[in-house]
Design a binder for this molecule. Structure first.
Ligand code: DAH
Length: 343
């Protein structure tokens, strides 16, 4: 007993002299006076000592316990008086603040513009199946995008329902359309952001994982003018009020008619001359869109004679790069704080 008490007293003395702030004192209090403190173990040994020793060690332990709590109190007080002498002219330590990742912020910004236009955010799933990613969207079985060079198939047991095919990492956010349509009735106006995956070699403008935002609206009398109006509002709110739109005919299996959309270059304002952003074209491609193909509506249980819809899909990285003058997509994923903290 004697050596153990001595050891405890010495250890406390050492610990006490090493403590220099309130947090350290609190840790000391927990260690020496808390529920699991060594002194409690020593107290619990007292009843098993001889009658004479019981009296001595009970008393000694109580003295030590009082000593410890007094020393702790005094140390706390001495710190308090030190803190009163704080030099208010001394520059404060810089507080490092974290912030949202630029891609999350841009994706949310895109969605919030569409929310203002009456759309509701619905997130799809990153692990998809062939039916939602391709078949429901009228993408034929022999379409090259189904190839393993263009889609990551997952080496896991397949869905039980045969028509759903294999599991995969979604290669676009368009399957969100099929998911929402299959469980909800029009009128619908949905915006769906998220990660997508394609086995692309990584370079300044490609990554095997990137982000997209999908949007669509379905109702009885939806037409192409609604699509144009919504997208025009979007680009003016997201990029700049003086930005204009241009639709170019295109093909997507899930829309008919389909179009690709360009915005007028907001750096050279369409003047083209030696513009580093649009490379003298005056226009920047930002998204694909069209009227939802009747087969897609039917595949998802919506009567295509009664309802029409428009849909569009855009990347998040590209608008972010255009808006913030970022010239290499890899910067988004390298977790370089110097890059990220600028936004
Ligand atoms: N899913 C297309 C892609 O990843 C983008 C897209 C184009 C989505 C046209 C649409 C659309 O909804 O109508 O390239």
């Amino acid at each position: 007993m004697e050596t153990e008490v001595k050891k405890l007293e010495e250890e406390f003395g050492k610990d006490l002299s090493g403590v220099c702030d309130a947090l350290g004192i609190e840790a000391l209090r927990v260690k020496y006076l808390g529920r699991k403190a060594e002194i409690n173990r020593l107290f619990s040994m007292v009843p098993s000592l001889s009658k004479e020793a019981k009296g001595i060690w009970g008393k000694n332990l109580n003295i030590l316990k009082n000593k410890i709590s007094l020393a702790i109190e005094e140390k706390l007080k001495s710190l308090g008086t030190k803190e009163e002498k704080i030099d208010l002219t001394y520059p404060a330590a810089r507080l490092e603040k974290g912030s949202r990742h630029i891609l999350s912020a841009v994706s949310e910004e895109i969605c919030s513009v569409f929310e203002k236009l009456g759309f509701t955010v619905v997130e799809g799933t990153e692990i998809e199946d062939e039916w939602h990613n391709f078949s429901a969207l009228n993408i034929p079985l022999d379409h090259p995008s189904r190839d393993a060079f263009d889609t990551f198939y997952l080496d896991i047991p397949q869905p039980q329902e045969k028509h759903r095919g294999k599991f995969l990492l979604r290669s676009h956010t368009s399957p969100s359309q099929a998911r929402v349509m299959s469980v909800s009735k029009p009128p619908l106006a949905v915006i769906s952001p998220g990660r997508v995956y394609r086995p692309d070699a990584v370079d300044a403008s490609h990554s095997f994982m990137f982000h997209q935002v999908e949007g669509f609206a379905i109702d009885k009398n939806i037409n192409f003018a609604h699509l144009k109006g919504v997208l025009l509002n979007f680009v003016k709110l997201f990029f700049s009020p003086d930005v204009n739109l241009r639709f170019r005919p295109h093909f997507f299996p899930f829309t008919e008619p389909s179009a690709e959309v360009d915005i007028s270059c907001f750096i050279c304002k369409g003047k083209k001359d030696k513009c580093s952003l649009c490379k003298g074209k005056g226009w920047l491609e930002i998204l694909g869109c069209g009227m939802i193909h009747p087969k897609v509506l039917e595949n998802c249980g919506i009567d295509s004679k009664k309802y029409k819809g428009f849909a569009f899909g855009m990347g998040v990285e590209r608008p972010a790069m255009l808006k913030y003058g970022i010239n290499d997509i890899r910067l988004f994923y390298e977790n370089d704080v110097k890059f990220l903290e600028q936004f």
